[in-house]
Each structure stands twice: as C-alpha cells, then as structure tokens.
Unconditional design. Structure first.
Length: 270
C-alpha cells in the first residue's frame, strides 16, 4: 500500500497558481495596467503640476492663520442649520423607506411582482447623489436649506430602504413562519415576529446614514441649498482664507462629534 493511500491530497496553491494558470494571471495584470493607464490619461494626472501648485497652497495656508472669528456666531448658526438639514432629510428618508423596504424584501413583500420594480426604484434613488437632487430642487423650490432637505431625503430613502430590506431578508425564517401558523396577518407577523429581531439593526443603519448625511450636507450650499456650505462657497469666491479656515474647523468639530456620538449609539445597539 502506498504511504499516500487513504489520505486526502490537497494541491499546492503556489504551484498550481504559478504553473497551471500563468496566462490568466498575465491577462489580468495586463488588463489592470490598461485600466490604470487609461484612467491616468483621462484624468490628466500630472505630478509636476501638483509640485508647482504646492507653493500656492502654502501661501494660502499662511494667509488663513489666524482664523477669522469675527462672524463665529453666524457660522455656528449655519452649522446648526446644516445639522438640522441632515436630521429632517434623514427623517424624510426613513418615512419613505418604511413601505419601500417591505416591498423590496423578498421574504415579506406582499407581491413578488412588486419586488423587482421596487429594487430598481431604490437603485435609482441611491444612484442619484443628494448633491444632484439638491441642485434640481433649487431650480424647483428656490435657494435655501429646504432644497437641501429634499435632496437628502430622496437619496437617503433609497439607501435606507435598500439596507433595511437586506437586513430583513437576512432574518431567520423560523419565527416568521411560526407567527404565520398562528393565523396572524402580515402586519402582525411584521410587528411581533420581525421587528423585535431587526429593530436594533435598522436603527443602527439609520444612525449611520444620518452620520453620512451630516457630512454630505456641509457641501450642499455650493449649489445654493443653504447651511454652512453656502458660507464655505462665499469664502472661497472671495478668497477669504482666514474665514475659510474657521469654517473648516467648525465643520471638522461638528462632524467629529457627530461621528463619535453615532458610533457610540450604534455600539450600544449591537
């Protein structure tokens, strides 16, 4: 009997990768190089231009110190406006996402016919950034934070509903089937069998999206959607670097606090 008889022989990964498939690896490497080469060409990547622009950046940084705090009260008010945009926009997204995630979750959707169209709809909302939505709403409802709120709300609805539906589909089917066998209707199954299991995960997802919206809403003012982003754009247009530096510090402080609070709440929900 051979000493290897009865043993399970595993192939050597290194040998099989080098000896058996050199052509696919070479083709993959060539494809990656081609993709990066074309990408660098189309973005006009030029380290020489960056090196030549560094002195200008250093000059602007020098002009930004010390920060201009003469309008600190106004800027903090704008930061609060930005935070409010994220809160209301995320809340609108949650309201829209509740019925959408039920239709987009394969295990609880009332009609399989609605599943695929709803998934397409959510992908559309997710695919259009809140910045673009805000730009469209500025044209529809005028300048101001209301346009930003609507833009955040629509984009958040697609993101929240997509993540919620995936969390719902990951639930073990046993409790849902057991509740259905008792004669409970669909709403009761969702309320008593599904929600207790997924509610912490859904809340965690909502907090994460809200945290993201706080960051994204800081730049919506560039298209006239209000908030501290509007002051940021004004300072850049006027080359007021000291005021710009103050705005950047306020944004960093606000985003850092929100990130820490959101992360703390999400850890408690797990």
């Amino acid at each position: 009997m051979s000493k290897h008889e009865g043993e399970i022989l595993y192939p050597d990964p290194a040998r099989s990768w080098i000896g058996a498939a050199p052509i696919p690896f070479a083709a993959t490497l060539l494809l990656v190089c081609l993709v990066y080469g074309l990408s660098l060409y189309f973005v006009d990547f030029d380290l020489g231009r960056l090196w030549g622009g560094l002195p200008r950046l250093a000059h602007w940084a020098a002009k930004a110190w010390p920060p201009d705090t003469r309008e600190l009260g106004v800027l903090i008010g704008r930061a609060i406006e930005t935070l409010a945009m994220a809160v209301i926009g995320t809340s609108i997204g949650v309201v829209i996402a509740v019925p959408c995630c039920i239709l987009a979750a394969q295990n609880i959707t009332p009609s399989p016919v609605l599943y695929t169209p709803m998934r397409w709809f959510l992908n559309t909302l997710r695919g259009i950034d809140s910045f673009i939505f805000a730009l469209l709403f500025v044209a529809a409802v005028g300048l101001g934070p209301f346009a930003g709120v609507l833009g955040i709300g629509l984009h958040s609805a697609g993101t929240i509903a997509k993540l919620w539906s995936e969390a719902i589909e990951a639930v073990e089917p046993g409790p849902l089937e057991a509740a259905a066998l008792t004669g409970a209707n669909r709403l009761k199954v969702i309320r008593y069998a599904l929600l207790p299991d997924v509610l912490p995960n859904l809340t965690s997802i909502t907090l994460y999206v809200w945290e993201f919206n706080v960051r994204s809403s800081t730049v919506l003012g560039v298209v006239g959607a209000g908030g501290i982003g509007q002051e940021l754009k004004n300072s850049v247009d006027l080359l007021d670097f000291a005021r710009l530096f103050t705005i950047i510090l306020i944004i960093l402080a606000m985003v850092t606090v929100i990130d820490q609070c959101s992360a703390w709440l999400r850890r408690r929900l797990v």
